[in-house]
Write a protein that binds this ligand. Structure first.
Ligand SMILES: [Zn+2]
Length: 269
């Protein structure tokens, strides 16, 4: 999301908005103020909070909020460039540039809303601290609050903001920690290592994204079932847990053990 933010920051602020919309009926989540309130205003740039993209108006009165969920993509098209036919959301600027949100697949889950700043703050108040700047001390405090499995913990935006399921896989692989380990069982050294790995992994991922790398290049374990681990050569394994698919290296992360699908074993017990 940070790579999106950096790519959009300058172009969205270059010209005032001339036309806000149309949006897909399932994508727009707010009605007051109406989207048209953006027309004639200039945006101050692009900001980010966790996985949320924010576009405040320069006058400080409104904030456009965008959450891409898993299948949404957002791009700025310069005037005259070819743009998608049926975008989920579009913002047209003076000079002909367009900010366009598209979403693959039939399910429309990406979200767009226009807020007054205080209302948006309330909307995002549940988010934990930003993952990319997390200190070992802060992580120790959050992790120690409640015993939770590491993979769902890292993905939980209330605990830490900014990590999704793909980067949870990547972080845990690099930190050599099992996705099923409990947060409260981690030693001080492991917490330190996990905090450092979160920062380094997100930084490295951002570098790759900024250089134009796609998923295949950015991920070492995510969606790589059966491929050799980049560190030890063991085949990457997969396990389903609470609606999510986890990828991991049994050699690097679980001491050679293959994790059981907890949902299945619960049913069979
Ligand atoms: Zn390995």
């Amino acid at each position: 999301m940070e790579s999106y933010r950096r790519a959009l920051d300058e172009p969205v602020a270059a010209f005032p908005v001339v036309e806000a919309g149309p949006t897909h009926v399932a994508t727009l989540k707010t009605f007051h103020p109406p989207l048209a309130a953006l027309e004639g205003r200039r945006l101050a740039g692009a900001r980010r909070r966790g996985k949320h993209l924010l576009f405040p108006s320069e006058d400080g009165e409104l904030v456009l909020h965008v959450h891409l969920m898993s299948a949404g993509r957002i791009r700025y098209h310069r005037g005259g460039e070819k743009t998608p036919k049926s975008p989920a959301f579009r913002l047209r600027f003076e000079g002909g540039g367009e900010l366009v949100l598209t979403e693959a697949g039939a399910k429309k889950r990406a979200r767009v809303g226009l807020y007054q700043p205080d209302d948006l703050e309330e909307e995002l108040a549940h988010l934990g601290p930003e993952a990319n700047g997390i200190s070992a001390e802060a992580l120790a405090r959050i992790a120690g609050a409640e015993g939770r499995r590491l993979h769902p913990f890292l993905r939980d935006q209330r605990a830490l903001a900014g990590i999704g399921r793909a980067w949870s896989n990547e972080v845990l692989h690099r930190a050599r920690l099992s996705p099923y380990d409990l947060t409260t069982d981690l030693s001080a050294d492991e917490i330190e290592r996990l905090a450092r790995t979160i920062r380094e992994t997100l930084e490295a991922g951002l570098e790759l994204r900024l250089r134009g790398a796609g998923d295949a290049k950015a991920y070492r374990v995510h969606n790589r079932l059966g491929e050799p681990c980049a560190v030890c050569g063991t085949a990457i394994a997969r396990v389903d847990f609470e609606e999510h698919t986890i990828f991991y290296c049994p050699e690097c992360q679980t001491g050679g053990r293959v994790l059981k699908d907890r949902r299945l074993s619960r049913l069979l017990r």
